[in-house]
Design a protein around this ligand. Sequence first.
Ligand SMILES: [Zn+2]
Length: 281
Amino acid sequence: MSKLEWKLLTKKRGSSTSQGIPPGKEDLLWVTGTVTLIYGERDAVLVDTFLSEQHSKELLEWVVESGKNLKTIYVTHAHGDHYFGLKRLLDKFPDAKAIATAPVVAAIRDQIKPEYVQSFWEPRFPGQLPSQLVAPEVLEGDAFYLEGEELRVVQLGHTDTSHSTALHVPSIGLVVSGDCVYNNTHLYLAECDEEACDEWLRALDKIESLHPEAVVAGHGVLDPDSSPRHIGETRRYLRDFVASLASTTTAIELYEAMLSLHPGRVNPGSLWAAAKASKPS
Ligand SMILES: [Zn+2]
């Protein structure tokens, strides 16, 4: 049986959440997306895709250059920055199947409706989105295979959105965390109340309990180390957010309290969106 390997492609893009952000962090107003190619001797599985047409083209070139036969694209959760690139890959690899869990597929079907794309995504990324968006198919069961090795879906509940998942490859100790583990990037907490933050903390425990050797963060740095230490750092960020929520009154106080604890993380727009959602004026 072949041993699987994996590699990452990261792309830097503008933030979708920087509108109206207080001045002072202009150099950090960006975010990276990360996709993972897991491959054996012949075949490959891709985990997630990118958002823009340009990055989708570059992703396709990268997959083609690998020389592997793309069999499956697994989508971890229903945020457009993880599945907008599907169509181009499926056109090039017609035998490949895009899959996700049933609730993720249902949410994606809703979100690729033209009215949602026009009202939410297009204003944030004008002229940059792929023209054709498609939803994955429902994965039956909680595992699939690559050259005989098992890839297991890990149900995480609410992380940066509900019904999130990670993908665990036990034979190589790899967890592709979706947007559960972040690396040096402000978490997207705008969809989180306190109960959802608790769920996210439990999701981190679940990933940790798998004792992974490597953990891929969906949003991180351009050259990530994929160290399991980012589980603990994400946990600390969440705990700091919950504590700061209790100790502050306004959105700007919450934003500044968190920035003082996490000054170097990229994409502070995400924190600003969370602060405004938590402390509406
Ligand atoms: Zn994301």
